[in-house]
Design a protein around this ligand. Structure first.
Ligand SMILES: *Cc1c(COP(=O)(O)O)cnc(C)c1O
Length: 370
């Protein structure tokens, strides 16, 4: 699905040098590379504070820990996403409330979100799925009206830009109270291990997040609250510092692949190509098609036979996951998620795809439909 090796080869000299410098300096934890990357990312995102941490799941947990929520408070998120988002809600004894998604963008349906709000609702976690932003203008309006926190899960959409109706443009993750992301190797900005970060424009919140990632420590060895130990190590930061200047080019390469696929699949009635929302750029963390009128498993098996990986993100709605099932979650409230789980298929997409690889995948898929 991704080709991290070819990408590495193009930046090998810079990456190797950066990693060797960290090893030479032995500043493995909290070295200067971490600060340098943090500042570079703040500037790229045009956000006041970036707080690096250990991974994208920790980032979500730390964001929730900083909001003074009480056990039993409700946090709304999408039914169609990766489980990390909901896992941390549960871990903190908060109550996850799932909402169906939009048929076209796969992101949280804002009308359904509005309906799901109760007096116990305290926060919303929109997930910018597959690479484009949720409807942040409406989400921020709803949040303001009901006094809710907004945590943007930007693990799949770093570098994507949202445009408000007044023309104002902001990077994904810098619109809500906090944004979180993951630097898992296969993400759009991936390191060579685990990594994550939080973003915020709220300086008081940033101070709190910085303390929580470091054992709740505001002053050395003074622990004012319970925190965690979640760090981006210097070697990962060094890799990310080298890769960040390429992020826009990487995202463009992904868009080019998506366009190539889109043109090829126009002629295939059984495949619906991704819909790009009007208010967000798409950074194509995944290239996800909707299939109709075919047996998806047959297509996946056919492609596998030809050496082409294809994945289903995600086969099971969160409201069906054993860990999160509650009697309140009724199938009739999640028609789109249920349909998507049955019909979507994601094709290989990465920054180093060659034209002949793309042609081979496209020809193979067309062959299936003959
Ligand atoms: C990858 C991902 C995460 C988790 O990131 P990790 O760094 O693997 O912990 C969270 N949310 C979404 C939507 C993701 O895709």
């Amino acid at each position: 699905m991704v080709d991290l090796k070819s990408q590495y080869q193009k930046i090998k000299d810079q990456v190797d040098e950066a990693i060797m410098n960290v090893i030479d300096s032995t500043a493995f934890i909290k070295g200067p590379e971490v600060k340098e990357f943090q500042v570079a990312l703040e500037s790229y995102l045009d956000v006041k504070h970036v707080i690096p941490c250990g991974n994208g799941t920790d980032a979500l947990q730390i964001a929730l820990m900083a909001l003074d929520l009480k056990p039993g408070d409700e946090v709304i998120t999408a039914d169609f996403t990766f489980a990390a988002t909901v896992e941390v809600i549960g871990l903190l004894n908060l109550v996850p409330v799932f909402v169906d998604v939009d048929r076209d963008t796969f992101n949280i349906d804002v009308d359904e979100l509005n309906k799901a709000i109760t007096p116990k609702t305290k926060a919303i976690i929109p997930v910018h799925l597959f690479g484009q932003c949720s409807n942040m203008e409406r989400i921020m309006e709803i949040a303001k009206k009901h006094n809710l926190f907004v945590i943007e899960d930007t693990a799949q959409a770093i570098g994507s830009t949202y445009t408000f109706s007044n023309g104002e443009r902001k990077k994904a993750g810098t619109i809500g109270n906090v944004g979180t992301t993951s630097f898992f190797p296969s993400k759009n900005l991936g390191c060579y291990g685990d990594g994550g970060a939080l973003f915020t424009n709220d300086s008081a919140l940033a101070e709190r997040l910085n303390a929580i990632v470091n054992h709740g420590m505001y002053k050395r060895y003074y622990h004012d609250e319970i925190g965690v130990n979640s760090r981006l190590d210097s070697i990962q930061a060094a890799v990310l510092r080298v890769k960040l200047p390429n992020l826009d080019a990487y995202n463009q390469a992904r868009r080019d692949v998506a366009n190539y696929y889109n043109n090829a699949f126009l002629a295939v009635d059984e495949l619906e190509t991704p819909v790009i929302s009007e208010d967000s750029t798409h950074v194509f963390h995944q290239y996800t098609l909707k299939t109709n009128g075919i047996n998806r498993d047959d297509l996946i098996a056919f492609l596998k036979n030809k050496g082409i990986p294809a994945m289903v993100y995600y086969p099971v709605p969160l409201h069906h996951q054993k860990a999160y099932i509650r009697p309140e979650f009724k199938d009739e409230n999640y028609p789109i998620t249920l349909e998507l789980c049955k019909s979507v298929i994601s094709l290989p997409i990465h920054t180093e795809m060659e034209k002949d690889q793309l042609e081979y995948i496209i020809e193979s898929i067309k062959e299936f439909f003959i």
